[in-house]
Write a protein that binds this ligand. Structure first.
Ligand code: NAP
Length: 306
């Protein structure tokens, strides 16, 4: 009989992983949650969350993450800081390869989330010098300045509204002539005097000697090109799954998001996926939390039946 380090290893401490950890700890499973950065996932860079039930006034993403972490730890969840490099997935034994050791577990939950997509417009050169993916982190640097935001989803619209607390003007550049974001966010953006919509337009590059001075745009209908004078450029054009360690055993969709069924079971028995890393029609804190709960209960059933 093989000895396992853990019943369950959870990869990623965003809302999905923390909820899975809470449920697994309550089920008295021998569980470890691994997080390579700060627990909380993408919500720690979200200024304000107003659609997570139970907080009628809204709550900052950072505070919500802290509460989730505290609740799970108080239930007995152990969280370690470690980066997962690869997985070896056999029938009953799951190996999680870290920098300095390899852990064994009966079951895994992958809740490693997603990261902002890049556009290839100079992100590497201008990161920290005008290009940003995080308004909560960087908006104060643009006090009374003009900035460009790119995207038409919830993130672009919500974060553009946040930017207007600091910037004097926000050009919101979107490749189509209607937004994808929730209607309530659209209403707020359209009512905000500091936001100017730039429709049917893509950003083709940025320039500036020490930081950004201009953002080059092209109208996709007329092909007209021009440069917006701006000192910041925030990119919110969607996300890519954090699955660099995954290998070929676990099936994904064409974009790399992990396929899982209603029980969060992936193509590999005993390996579950939860939250933004999963091929899911909605990526919200509330859906991530639901995924995490289901994944933990499914892992518990899987282990019982081993
Ligand atoms: P998203 O919903 O995938 O939207 C990405 C936006 O970027 C779309 O408007 C898309 O345009 C545009 N885009 C994609 N590729 C592009 C490119 N190459 N060039 C120019 N524009 C491009 O991503 P998201 O806004 O980051 O949201 C991700 C998930 O988190 C969503 O499920 C969202 O609902 C959720 N979220 C929710 C909240 C909230 O509830 N308050 C806040 C933030 C995020 P098209 O519209 O033309 O495709």
């Amino acid at each position: 009989m093989t000895d396992f380090d853990y019943d369950l290893v959870i990869i990623g401490a965003g809302p999905a992983g923390l909820t899975a950890g809470l449920y697994a700890a309550r089920a008295r499973m021998h569980v470890l949650l691994l997080e390579k950065a700060v627990p909380g996932g993408q919500i720690i860079v979200t200024d304000w969350i107003e659609n997570y039930p139970g907080f009628p006034e809204g709550i900052s993403g950072f505070d919500l993450a802290e509460k989730m972490k505290l609740q799970a730890e108080e239930m007995g969840l152990k969280i370690d800081t470690a980066e997962v490099h690869s997985l070896n997935l056999q029938q009953d034994l799951k190996e999680v390869v870290l920098t300095d050791k390899t852990l064994t577990a009966k079951s895994l939950i992958i809740a490693s989330g997603a990261s902002p997509k890049k556009l290839g417009i100079g992100e590497d050169r201008y990161m920290g010098k005008g290009i940003s993916f995080c308004a909560t982190c960087d908006a104060p640097f643009f006090k009374d300045k003009t900035v460009v935001a790119i995207g038409g989803g919830d993130t672009a619209v919500q974060e553009s509204i946040y930017l207007t607390k600091f910037a004097k003007k926000v050009y919101l550049v979107h490749r189509r002539d209607e937004l994808r974001a929730a209607k309530i966010l659209q209403e707020r953006a359209f009512a905000n005097d500091k936001i100017e919509m730039v429709w049917d337009t893509v950003v083709t590059g940025v320039d500036g000697l020490f930081g950004i001075e201009g953002v080059h745009i092209r109208n996709v209908k007329t092909n007209e090109e021009k440069t917006l004078a701006a000192s910041g450029c925030f990119i919110w054009v969607g996300t890519l799954p954090n699955t660099q360690f995954l290998g070929d055993d676990v099936q994904t969709d064409e974009y790399g998001f992990i396929r899982a069924d209603a029980r969060m079971q992936t193509s590999v028995p005993g390996v579950f996926a939860a939250g933004d890393v999963r091929d899911t029609p909605l990526r919200q804190v509330s859906t991530a939390v639901g995924d995490g709960a289901i994944a933990a209960v499914s892992a518990e059933h899987y282990i019982e039946n081993l």
